[in-house]
Ligand binder design. Structure first.
Ligand code: TYM
Length: 331
């Protein structure tokens, strides 16, 4: 069986972007592959969370993983900071990651633009830590959304460089994966760009949002005055809502509103109502499980412990071999 690794940062509630870009594939892949799914709490340190927030967010992602259907008997579910071997591999990989390439990464440049007063070294070497996450289990498939594609390319670069340096074919090449033909990019509700927390709470639909909250957020989504000519190309804000409908609604529903749009007969109120209802249908089974699982602390503790043991076993094997390759040998 091929090995699969993926993770989500512990920075708050999970949203439809996380679900359709990553989680939905996690759930499907666990029957087919040797899967490691983790909570990227080390990555979330770049923004300096308080200890209480960090702990709460880690728990939140763990609960939502389970609520989405990741099965701790099928997959190894663990918290990144429970596996210190990852940090060790990160240190080794950092020796062959160069300033220039790290500075050129699109996500780094975005962060520099967004938070110019917090350009720390952890942010710069974020892709190296991500490469360590993947290479520590020698994974080949990484289910992620479109926004992570460049990071996967960097993971291949760092793995290959290690292989060349030590004249080995040690790390296999990891590739971004999705069951859909292309990697997924779920748009947000603000009329521009992807769904993401940094664009504000009104831009995202969380898996835990109540039906009332979903209706309100969708009702407030950016639209325009309506089409002004038949078969007009849709402006970005409208196209985004259609893309969301394509993800959560049936083909018939999508075709109906598309036709209405093309005939200049669309009523955005009805369109948004339908979109909100289909989002509610998508999220309800998960939302209902979230509160139930969150209350079961003993179960969560057991999942995290069991996962950490399994993940460390795999990570320790890699680190033993890597140390040998590097030349850390006992006398
Ligand atoms: P993060 O925490 O930002 O997002 C987690 C996953 O959700 C996907 N995603 C989206 N997909 C489609 N449309 C969207 N609007 C959208 N928003 C988020 C992301 O692509 C990702 O798959 N660096 C990673 C976490 C990470 C990781 C790893 C992933 C750390 N180490 C090793 C894979 C392997 C991140 O910040 O994801």
């Amino acid at each position: 069986k091929e090995t699969v690794v993926s993770g989500i940062r512990s920075t708050g509630k999970l949203h439809l972007g996380n679900y359709f870009g990553a989680l939905k594939n996690f759930v499907q892949m666990q029957n087919e592959y040797n899967c490691y799914f983790f909570i990227a709490d080390l990555h979330s340190l770049t923004t300096h969370p308080t200890p209480a927030d960090l702990h709460g967010n880690v728990k939140n992602v763990l609960v939502e993983y389970l609520a989405c259907g990741i099965d701790p008997e099928e997959s190894t579910i663990y918290i990144q900071s429970d596996v210190p071997e990852i940090a060790e591999l990160y240190l080794y990989l950092n020796m062959n990651a160069y300033m220039g390439e790290l500075e050129r990464s699109a996500s780094f440049k975005d962060k520099v633009r967004a938070t110019p007063d917090n350009v720390n070294a952890g942010l710069l070497t974020y892709p190296v830590l991500m490469a360590a996450d993947i290479l520590i289990h020698k994974a080949t498939k990484v289910p992620v959304g479109k926004d992570q594609e460049q990071h996967l390319e960097m993971a291949r670069t760092f793995g290959n460089r290690f292989n060349r340096l030590y004249n080995q074919d040690y790390f296999p090449e990891p590739y971004a994966f999705s069951y859909s033909k292309n990697l997924v990019k779920v748009p947000g509700l603000d009329g521009k760009g992807k769904m993401g927390k940094s664009e504000g709470e009104g831009n995202v639909i969380n898996l835990s949002d109540s039906p009332e909250v979903i209706r309100k957020k969708v009702a407030r989504a950016v639209t325009d005055g309506g089409p002004t000519a038949e078969f007009q190309e849709k402006p970005e804000a409208i196209q985004n809502l259609f893309d969301l409908m394509k993800i959560v609604s049936s083909e018939d529903t999508l075709a109906h509103f598309d036709e209405q749009y093309n005939k200049m007969a669309i009523r955005y109120g009805d369109f948004k109502k339908q979109l909100a209802e289909d989002m509610i249908v998508t999220t309800t089974p998960m939302r209902e499980k979230i509160s139930e699982i969150a209350a079961d602390t003993a179960f969560l503790r057991q999942v995290a412990r069991h996962g950490a043991l399994k993940a460390r076993e795999s990570a320790q094997k890699t680190i033993r071999e890597v140390r040998e390759l590097i030349g850390f040998r006992s006398f």
